[in-house]
Design a protein around this ligand. Structure first.
Ligand code: UDP
Length: 326
């Protein structure tokens, strides 16, 4: 989408949880005219030398950073909290220092709805208390605090968006790029699609006695294409307006249960998805749904795609790439 909008890009990635083949496919989708505007470099955000190389690689400098570099598996964060603090928090600190050194003060940061913990009320507005319940959420809250402190130190310079994602799912509609979690997926959506394609035999539904319409957990699933649209809108807003720190939920405002997701994927794939209801997963909330009205008001952005499109596009990806990028 950034290439389509005419931007020049440098993707900086350590490829620890991703594949350079995805970038080849982005070039292929963008077409030969746009593809040369995408450069890539392998590096680690915790390594100032790698960052220095990135900031000096672009001939005309770097105007803005969209900071996705982080670890995002809640269970893994409980087992390896120091690694999460190192990559997510220390990595962000190193990146911000490099940005300061190079006079780049525009940043879009991938934050997370996980920092709301067990929400007091739904839909959740941005003003809800920050009360994460796992190390992953703590690292996102810590980076938001770091960004707030940094912005306060120089409010006339910094343009920062913290985008609090709800549950991003789906894939590019071409089926060429999508999510390929390493090992056993922790999250519902990749698990459901792996059962549909036959990579896993059965879904475990974590709890059938939640206080929801069908007893299963409810989340706000957002198509990755809507999420990408939100980033573009956020970047445009930052570049057009006065320096600011803007914190926004990116979600649809609609909640869907685990069983609704199963049914939508069965309809999209034509495959049956066997499931068994098991115990609740420790640390889960019953319902998490965004109040997306601030993003609508500030960016003119709202989601355009629902569960049907999410499953249609995610299924195209899963079916065409049953083993991911390998
Ligand atoms: N879930 C489930 N089985 C799974 C994975 C998740 O029943 O194998 C449920 C989970 O309890 C929650 C919903 O699906 O109600 C979304 O979970 P996910 O991990 O995808 O997102 P998060 O809980 O982080 O919002």
């Amino acid at each position: 989408m950034l290439l389509e909008a005419g931007h020049e890009l440098l993707v900086f990635d350590d490829f620890s949880n991703s594949s350079p083949i995805a970038l080849d496919r982005v070039r292929e989708l963008a077409g030969p005219a746009a593809a040369p505007r995408l450069q890539q470099m392998q590096g680690d955000i915790r390594n100032p030398k790698d960052l220095e190389q990135a900031f000096t690689k672009a001939p005309s400098g770097i105007d803005a950073v969209i900071h996705f570099a982080g670890l995002k598996a809640v269970g893994e964060s409980v087992q390896h909290p120091m690694h999460y603090w190192d990559v997510n928090v220390n990595g962000s600190r190193c990146l911000l220092e490099a940005m300061q050194t190079h006079g780049c003060h525009t940043l879009v940061f991938s934050s997370s709805a996980s920092l709301y913990g067990y929400p007091e009320a739904v839909p959740i507005p941005e003003t809800a208390p920050i009360a994460p319940i796992n190390p992953y959420g703590h690292t996102k809250a810590a980076v938001e605090q770091m960004l707030s402190d940094l912005h306060a130190s120089s409010p006339d310079s910094w343009r920062i968006d913290c985008l609090r994602y709800f549950n991003p799912v789906g894939a590019h509609p071409s089926g060429r790029i999508g999510e390929n979690p390493l090992g056993i997926p922790n999250n519902l959506y990749p698990f459901v699609s792996q059962v549909a394609v036959g990579r896993k035999s059965q879904l475990q539904v974590f709890g059938g006695d939640w206080p929801t319409s069908d007893g299963t957990g409810v989340r706000d699933y957002i198509h990755v294409m809507d999420l990408a649209d939100g980033h573009l809108a956020a970047l445009d807003c930052l570049l057009a307006e006065e320096p600011q720190l803007l914190t926004l939920n990116l979600g649809s405002g609609q909640g869907q249960s685990v069983l609704e997701m199963v049914q939508a994927m069965e309809a999209a794939s034509g495959c049956s998805i066997p499931y068994a209801i098991t115990d609740r997963r420790p640390g889960d909330a019953a319902i998490s749904v965004a109040d997306p009205s601030k993003a609508a008001q500030r960016l003119g952005w709202r989601t355009q795609r629902g569960l049907k499109e999410i499953c249609r596009d995610g299924w195209a990806w899963q079916q065409q790439n049953p083993d991911g990028y390998t």
